[in-house]
Write a protein that binds this ligand. Structure first.
Ligand code: C2E
Ligand code: MG
Ligand code: MG
Length: 689
């Protein structure tokens, strides 16, 4: 028997080639797994070629490593056939592991086919020697080589299938796996070689006309390395490109999502905004139309939010709104929507099992908000007014539903706040009326529909007139003469009060100038200011220019501010009041006794007059408490050096009592009702005669 020997260098090289081929194969399965469309087939074809060449050249170099004491050559046709078998089995393997799933039977079958392919390649390659007589194979080793081929294939398939996704450390894992796979392939090959026995006197039939000679190993090696390197390089570059593209696509998706989030959500609370809410209401309507059931729209408006915002600043206000949002969301279900649609306005869309559920939920939400909020070390107390519209029933369109819930909310606010109301049709007409009224009020100043009525004030001790209070009236073309409490609130809410207030100041000063010229130079004209005017930066200027225009001394004008207005933003009011006081304008605290009546604060105010609220005066005769309060206020005013005025004097008894207590001036229906200037003057003149 011919005894062969192995060239250790070539054996080592064959092992390296096997490992490199395995690595390339694993890398390519990764590319196939992430590729799309035609790229899959290109990668599979190219991969099969590279991997096939790699495995085949391992085997070929392995054969070249054997040295026999005879000349050897390789039949070109048969050798190319063995290469083709290697490429086909590689293609099959790549196709198999690029399937979405690899069930056990498919894996086992695949390992058999691939193992058979490798073995076929090997033994076909051996046949290319065309030995005479034929090679005799040791059955045990031959069997072992087949088993190793199938086993190695099974392992290779399993590894390739599981490492095809780009997981962390995938390169390291693939490196380790390719060493194992490379050794298995080499093991199969050399077991197969060991099985081969060459009889003495054999000669190689391909030595004459086949491939042979020096440098063949180098040629194969260089070609193989080139193929594998090109495959690997392409794969790596493509992976880079793909991950960059994927990165770009990802950031594009993120940017898109962010845009949608911004367009449909409120930035402060992150809650859905008006746009998204309208869409959700629309959807909910469709669901109800198709499947029945009902839902409620709850319009939630915070009571007392504005004072918090004014007193503590926007930063605190914002934080409070965020907390409110969180709390309202607390016991909502995922299918419900809580939206913020304006300053302190939230809307809740809830699907109801029964219409009654809305009642319980609204009560709970009102309760949630009435618990104190802890914001930046402060305990803030606010409440919520909730208006509820139910679908079906309270509107046909999302807008109508929302408007009706809003109208119900206004109703809840009007009837004491901190509660909820279900919508009913009468509220809607109220809301429409308010809207109409607002439009009319806008035009009222221009159309000259505002009037001032004057109510006299008298010296308590001698009964002589000391001036008048200017009281606003609106001569509405349809509703007739309207008292201030029917429209002042609306004017305040919409900011119209600034323009109206300026008109009042000017008109009152104009009238006072006429009386002044008639000789009533010691009279004072009193003008009421609302909170908003008081906060407005232009107030001091407006007052100064009205006085200047009508050539009135500053102390002919008394400005009446309610106690609550003066106290609500104490520091800011102090500045404005001081400026007015320095001009010489007379200041009066109106409706005294109904607000906080903080003595500390009162002491610091540059006021000249206290007006006892008519609520105390009304019950003076029957309620001893009120009598005590009035005498306390008088004593307090005296101590602070203030004039005391009592308003709402309707009976002689009240007049006597208040005079006895020491009030300086009196005002009320008993002494004179508010009248237009001419009527007012006629009364005065009559009294003087
Ligand atoms: P106020 O400043 O406390 O004005 C006194 C109110 O009591 C007036 O009502 C007056 O008609 C009424 N009154 C006077 N004597 C009696 C009486 O003996 N018995 C009763 N029951 N009432 C009496 P009016 O004119 O309806 O004004 C209501 C409120 O509207 C005023 O309360 C004032 O706060 C506000 N207001 C009036 N004019 C203006 C204005 O030009 N600007 C602003 N911002 N508010 C105004
Ligand atoms: Mg007043
Ligand atoms: Mg008053």
């Amino acid at each position: 028997m011919l005894i062969g020997s192995y060239s250790p260098a070539l054996v080592l090289i064959s092992l390296c080639v096997a490992i490199l081929a395995s690595y390339t194969a694993l890398d390519l399965t990764g590319r196939i797994a992430t590729a799309r469309g035609r790229a899959v087939y290109l990668w599979m074809g190219g991969g099969a070629f590279a991997m096939g060449v790699g495995i085949w050249s391992m085997h070929f170099i392995g054969m070249l490593a054997v040295r026999l004491p005879i000349d050897l050559g390789y039949d070109i046709g048969i050798t190319l056939l063995s290469l083709l078998i290697a490429i086909l089995s590689s293609g099959f393997a790549l196709w198999l592991v690029s399937q979405p799933r690899l069930p056990a039977w498919q894996w086992g079958f695949g390992a058999l086919v691939m193992g058979a392919g490798i073995a076929a390649m090997h033994y076909t390659g051996m046949a290319a020697l065309r030995m005479q007589p034929g090679i005799d194979y040791d059955p045990t080793l031959f069997g072992a080589s087949l088993l190793i081929a199938v086993g190695a294939s099974a392992a290779a398939l399993w590894i390739a299938f599981h490492l095809r996704r780009n997981t962390p450390y995938v390169r390291l894992a693939r490196g380790g796996a390719s060493v194992v796979m490379g050794m298995a392939i080499v093991g199969m090959h050399y077991t197969g070689m060991a099985a081969a026995r060459f009889a003495d006197g054999s000669f190689c039939g391909a030595a004459l006309d086949g491939l042979s000679g020096k440098g063949l190993d180098n040629l194969v090696l260089v070609t193989t390395l080139a193929v594998l390197c090109i495959a690997l390089l392409t794969s790596v570059l493509d992976a880079r490109l793909e991950s960059r593209t994927a990165g770009l696509a990802r950031s594009l998706t993120l940017a898109n999502e962010e845009l949608i989030q911004l367009a449909l959500h409120d930035t402060l609370t992150g809650l859905p905004n008006r746009v998204l809410l309208a869409d959700r209401i629309d959807q909910a309507m469709h669901v109800v139309q198709e499947q029945g059931g009902c839902f409620a729209l709850m319009f939630i408006d915070l009571d007392g939010f504005k004072p918090v915002n004014d007193a503590f600043g926007h930063h605190m206000g914002d934080q409070l709104l965020r907390e409110v949002g969180l709390r309202l969301r607390e016991d909502l279900r995922s299918q419900d929507t809580l939206a913020r649609i304006g300053g302190d306005e939230f809307v809740l869309l809830v699907h109801l099992g029964a219409p009654d559920d809305a009642l319980r939920l609204a009560a709970r939400q009102v309760g949630l908000i009435s618990r104190a909020f802890r914001v930046a070390e402060h305990d803030l107390h606010i409440s919520a007014s909730v208006g509820i519209a139910v679908y079906p029933g309270n509107g046909q369109t999302p807008q109508e539903l929302l408007m009706n819930a809003d109208a119900a909310m206004y109703n809840a606010k009007g009837t004491g706040k901190n509660g909820y109301r279900f919508f009913d049709a009468s509220m809607n007409s109220n809301a429409r009326k308010q809207l109409q009224l607002l439009q009319d009020l806008r035009a009222a100043v221009e159309l000259n529909q505002l009037r001032l009525h004057y109510q006299p004030k008298f010296d308590a001790s001698n009964g002589r007139p000391v001036g008048a209070e200017a009281l606003l009236r609106w001569e509405h073309p349809v509703h007739g003469l309207m008292p201030p409490d029917t429209f002042i609130e609306l004017a305040e809410k919409t900011g119209l009060i600034i323009a109206i207030g300026d008109w009042v100041l000017n008109e009152a000063c104009r009238q006072m100038r006429q009386w002044y010229l008639l000789g009533y130079t010691d009279w004072r004209i009193a003008v009421n200011l609302s909170a908003l005017q008081f906060c407005h930066a232009g107030l001091v200027k407006s007052v100064a220019s009205a006085l200047l225009r009508h050539q009135l001394p500053a102390n002919s004008l008394t400005l009446e501010i309610t106690e609550t207005t003066a106290m609500s933003d104490a520091d800011a009011s102090m500045t404005v009041l001081n400026e007015l006081s320095q001009m010489g304008v007379d200041l009066s605290i109106d409706d005294f006794g109904t607000g906080y009546s903080s003595l500390m604060y009162l002491k610091r105010l540059p006021a000249n007059e206290l007006k006892i609220d008519r609520g105390f005066v009304r019950d003076l005769e029957h309620d001893s408490d009120d009598a005590a309060i009035v005498s306390a206020i008088v004593a307090l005013g005296r101590a602070l050096g203030l004039r005391i005025v009592a308003e709402g004097v309707e009976t002689n008894l009240q007049q006597d009592f208040l005079t006895q207590l020491g009030c300086d001036s009196l005002q009320g229906y008993l002494l004179g009702r508010p009248l237009p200037a001419e009527g007012f003057m006629a009364e005065i003149v009559r009294a003087e005669q």
